[in-house]
Design a protein around this ligand. Sequence first.
Ligand code: G4P
Length: 533
Amino acid sequence: MTSPTSALPEWARRRTFAIISHPDAGKTTLTENILLSAGAIRLAGQVKARGENRRTQSDWMKIERERGISVSASVMTYEYGGLLFNLLDTPGHEDFSEDTYRTLTAADSAIMVLDAAKGVEPRTLKLVEVCRLRDIPILTFINKMDREAMDPSELLDDIQDKLALDAAPMQWPSGSGTRFKGVADLERDEFVVYRRPSADDADPVRSQRVSLSGNEISSILSTEELAELREGAELAREVCPAFNPQSYREGHMTPVYFGSALRQFGVFELLEALKQVAPGPEAQPATGGPAPELTPDGKEVAGFVFKVQANMDPNHRDRVAFMRLCSGTFKRGMKLKTDSGKLLTVSSPIMFFAQDRELADEAYAGDVIGVPNHGALRVGDTLSESGKWRVAGIPNFAPELLRRARLKDPLKAKHLKKALESLAEEGVTQLFRLQVGGDFVVGAVGALQIDVMAERVAAEYNLEVTFEPSPYETARWITGPRDKLEALIDRHKSAIAEDIDGALVFMAKNAWEVSYTQEKWPDIEFHRAKERR
Ligand code: G4P
């Protein structure tokens, strides 16, 4: 018998997603167990181990080695239930960067991992804000139920209040920590039994399910536990919104699952949920072509660069541009053009089909390929056969760290300008030039970006530069009626800068100053994100 998915065109089998979380909530552990459960890897610990290998095998940047972290975001592919999933990895370290944000522009959906004891934490909040720019559907996994957790209703309220997302519980847990027994499946009136895996368990197995109305449940839950579970589940059904797939796809509602990534509980349920509800590639707004959007079933190959990784091999100054395909069937050796007219023969693309060797020479909408190049490709570039397309919506994000660049040798000002501009074009950091005084201010959303920039300015451009704290902490792009803009610039001269494209930027000492100025200038819009070029 053929499965219904086998009749799908290749692009329609793709599900491209990212996992978002606050550090320590369990993203790495969940990634590992998703790959294990789907049969993509055999040994637990492989995700981290793979990172280690990569670091020792290739000559990674010094900073990466020194800190023992991976600056890169890559792709992990697995098959499950007839679909092909591309899991976009985002830097897991506490120090995050615009790479994390931009990776989300290449994902069609996200899994949000929350620590059951902590609920929504600050980083989660920011990442959801980024998902919201494109209304990416979010599925929630409440992790670490094997530890003392917050009350499930409190967790749902937290999602609702802090993230303004309708939380639809798909399950209801019975206890937490040492009293954690499993979860009730609210759709099927079944109980998914938690069993702590033992050390000699091989690959993850599906949890046992028993009927909530039969006799068997009484051998798993005590009378009190069952009563409490029934009460909780009933309340959840009455009070919480029921899952609405459309609302989820529009980014307004999140289905909520509970589990423990470390104890491999709830991961199969998550794989199933992704398979059932996560969207495949959809039409991508774009300009320059014969239509206002690129459709995944389109004939012409087109995609956009969401990340450029440098220094994979410092001797060759190589770069790998990560390109998310939006339409067409990509074939190895194809000639593609950027929207600025550069022609590239993609003879040795890096493909991410660990499981599916037959497909290694082709990629489809939803897939990500790595395109080696010598600096020709920039974040935000669109590559297509005609070179006419330009994908919209690869944003720059308001920096949260601003540093003034100071040269040791002032005679090298021109070199510095070139270095900072080139690194900003590549997407390593952002660059602003103050209108008064002309100082360069480098902006980033994470401290690591600044360190990477400093390292590269020294190593590749041979410049001695210090990046000093600037009086500003954040920035917003400003637009509005010309007279009002001029009045604001006049009033706040020293806080006005231009970005690398000449767009006007208001620099602020803190978020409070942004809101205060915003209130004073109601005709001016203060943007937290700006589309590149
Ligand atoms: P992150 O990528 O989101 O930063 O989190 P990561 O998976 O590295 O997990 C952070 C810590 O939380 C790890 O412990 C991990 O073992 C633990 N953890 C993840 N999921 C669960 C869970 O479901 N239950 C429990 N009890 N713990 C969980 P660590 O001690 O910091 O690191 P390690 O030495 O175990 O690697």
